[in-house]
Design a protein around this ligand. Structure first.
Ligand SMILES: NC(=O)C1=CN([C@@H]2O[C@H](COP(=O)(O)OP(=O)(O)OC[C@H]3O[C@@H](n4cnc5c(N)ncnc54)[C@H](OP(=O)(O)O)[C@@H]3O)[C@@H](O)[C@H]2O)C=CC1
Ligand SMILES: CC(C)(CO)C(=O)C(=O)O
Length: 287
């Protein structure tokens, strides 16, 4: 398969390295680099895919994987005119619950496969990445979801189509909204071991669950405790992508990860004061 990865950063670069073992991969980059080096839990992968720096160089492929940050959607979309032909499928690998809505200004919804990614990865330089866990990706059940999963059949990453995609995305949103405490405190995952921080994380997630339920998503009461336990049992020095952005002085996905809870909460009449507070604090911190 011919696969183009738009935004080969921590997630996109990790997946591009794995995909390069069996497919013809093209990287669509903003900052040029020549080789991918990904330290995975199994071994270090080195790949030298074709690298494009200008959307005018792009030609059509079988699959496009969009792995930029959510706030770079417009820049990512500039690649689509060249990459998308009549049979091209486009997967959006981003956090949040608005994968399809974010790209319908540029593509028909039926061409888009939303993907929830749980692969902790950290980028130390362009093309140099540490994949902390093999992790998983979930996509909606159906022909496109199965075709997407087949791309990864040769890898140890669990890529699965699911009938419960919406619930999977909201569960991941709960995990990600809680991770805002790291960006706010400028500290990695270990701060979740403080009971006062864990309490804030649980409050953020309780609001997420209430809003998700208002959108008819089945979310368990046990989710906040499960997420806190997961954070606490993981590496204390793990840096989530929101914290990575703040540390690097980049914009942050505050709207996609916490703002969405406030916006959708307001639409349903569900109060979300803790998420609203963290959005305001992170927005002010990023000014
Ligand atoms: N990191 C993680 O552990 C996880 C992240 N996610 C989600 O995955 C998504 C990607 O995150 P992550 O990989 O961490 O992000 P990164 O910041 O590591 O990578 C994003 C990449 O997109 C590139 N980019 C931005 N604009 C363009 C453009 N116009 N054309 C081409 N490339 C562009 C950036 O280029 P440049 O090099 O110039 O910055 C960068 O390489 C986010 O939605 C995140 O929330 C999900 C699960 C885990
Ligand atoms: C928390 C984590 C690492 C889970 O995959 C993530 O989604 C992120 O860093 O954005």
């Amino acid at each position: 398969m011919r696969i183009a990865v738009i935004g080969p950063g921590a997630v996109g670069g990790t997946l591009a390295a794995w995909l390069s073992l069996a497919h013809e991969v093209t990287l669509c980059v903003r900052t040029a680099f020549e080789r991918l080096e990904v330290e995975t839990p199994e071994r270090t992968l080195v790949a030298t895919p074709t690298v494009l720096t200008d959307p005018a160089q792009a030609t059509s492929v079988d699959w496009v994987l969009i792995a930029t940050k959510t706030y770079d959607a417009a820049g990512a979309a500039a690649w689509l005119a060249g990459l998308v032909g009549p049979g091209t499928r486009v997967a959006v690998l981003q956090n949040g619950v608005e994968h399809v809505e974010r790209f319908t200004p540029y593509l028909p919804a039926e061409r888009i496969t939303p993907a929830v990614v749980d692969i902790p990865a950290e980028r130390t330089a362009p093309g140099v990445i540490r994949q902390r866990r093999l992790g998983w990706i979930k996509v909606p059940a159906g022909e496109a979801g199965q075709a997407f999963a087949d791309l990864f059949a040769h890898t140890p990453i669990a890529v699965e189509p699911t009938d419960e995609f919406k619930a999977v995305a909201w569960r991941k949103l709960a995990l990600n909204c809680a991770g805002a405490v790291n960006a706010l405190a400028l500290k990695p995952s270990g701060i979740s071991r403080r009971d006062d921080i864990a309490a804030i994380m649980r409050d953020l997630m309780a609001e997420c669950i209430a809003v998700g339920r208002a959108e008819d998503v089945d979310l368990p009461d046990s989710l906040p405790d499960e997420v806190v336990a997961g954070y606490r049992s993981g590496p204390a020095d793990g840096v989530n992508s929101l914290l990575a952005d703040r540390l690097a002085g980049r914009p942050m996905e505050i709207d996609a990860r916490n703002g969405v809870i406030v916006r959708r909460g307001a639409a349903h009449g569900v109060p979300t004061p803790v998420n609203a507070m963290i959005v305001a604090l992170l927005e002010a911190a990023g000014e």
